[in-house]
Design a protein around this ligand. Structure first.
Ligand code: NAP
Length: 252
């Protein structure tokens, strides 16, 4: 068994988009730190390998919850299930997201709707559902995964960057509303992280983007996941409304 710390001991967490990339790494870091984890993804069965791996390596049971984050009824059912089984929800990580690039002039209404429904509307919906529970228990940490392009913008990413900009502003507003209830809301703005999503831009673009990163390497999903542990844990007990860049000094 791996060396574990207990920063999230018995804390109940719910992580969306957990089958791959950043979400998967968050689940592993949370497991290392003793969290009771509920993990979501879209594709039925896609969490099976992860749950087995985590159980073998850390002896931690991860409960899979397959649903489309755009589906309000399923989102509600998931939160009810967590409440029934655990009586509380300490941590919500809104990580599920999609990225489809299109230059100005080529952007369709469908692309705008698809992107905003996953990256923004689902985040607001889950934030609202989770915070209802957290208000009752008078504590909680909500972490939204935004992006460096939501701060700086990027060629070809008008829609995606606008969606992540919305995540940043909704994080700030939610933090103000929920601070009196002892619920912290923060966002992480990753730079270029080596996942399926990032590699989808193509090899030639990856090489070009690498030259824009001060630290000279792509980020790893674990780089983001460790910041998530900090924001989820009591190490950040007085931190709210913050947007933390995890980008190795990237320019974009
Ligand atoms: P990824 O490798 O493409 O994984 C996306 C995850 O989201 C998968 O688990 C996928 O589930 C899930 N998902 C997608 N649509 C969903 C939906 N409608 N309902 C439920 N789950 C859904 O992405 P990633 O690179 O790890 O990115 C994770 C987050 O970080 C995203 O919000 C992304 O915008 C943000 N981000 C990434 C980077 C980067 O460089 N990678 C940079 C900045 C921000 P299935 O496996 O079932 O499809």
């Amino acid at each position: 068994m791996e060396l574990q710390s207990n920063l999230l001991d018995r804390k109940v967490s719910f992580v969306t988009g957990a089958s791959r990339g950043i979400g998967r790494a968050i689940v592993e870091e949370f497991a290392k730190n003793g969290s009771i984890i509920y993990a979501n993804s879209l594709t039925e069965g896609s969490l099976a390998g992860l749950t087995e791996y985590i159980f073998k390596k850390y002896g931690v049971q991860v409960t899979p919850l397959y649903f489309d984050v755009r589906d309000s009824q399923s989102a509600k059912k998931a939160i009810i299930q967590i409440h029934k089984e655990q009586g509380k929800l300490d941590i919500l990580v809104n990580n599920a997201g999609i990225m489809k690039d299109a230059l100005i002039g080529m952007i369709t209404k469908q692309l705008m709707e698809d992107t905003f429904s996953v990256n923004v509307f689902a985040v607001m919906e889950l934030l609202q559902l989770a915070s209802k529970l957290m208000i009752r228990q008078k504590s909680g940490s909500i972490i939204n995964i935004a992006s460096i392009v939501g701060v700086n913008g990027n060629m070809g990413q008008l829609v995606y960057s606008a969606s992540k900009g919305a995540v940043i502003s909704l994080t700030k507003t939610a933090s103000k509303e929920l601070a009196p209830k002892n619920i912290r809301v923060n966002a992480i703005a990753p730079g270029m992280i080596d996942t399926d999503m990032f590699q989808s831009i193509g090899r030639e673009h990856v090489e070009k983007r690498l030259s824009n990163i001060g630290m000279g390497r792509l980020g790893t999903p674990e780089d983001v996941a460790k910041t998530c542990v900090y924001l989820a844990s009591d190490l950040s007990s007085y931190v709210t409304g913050q947007i933390i860049g995890v980008d190795g000094s990237a320019l974009v």
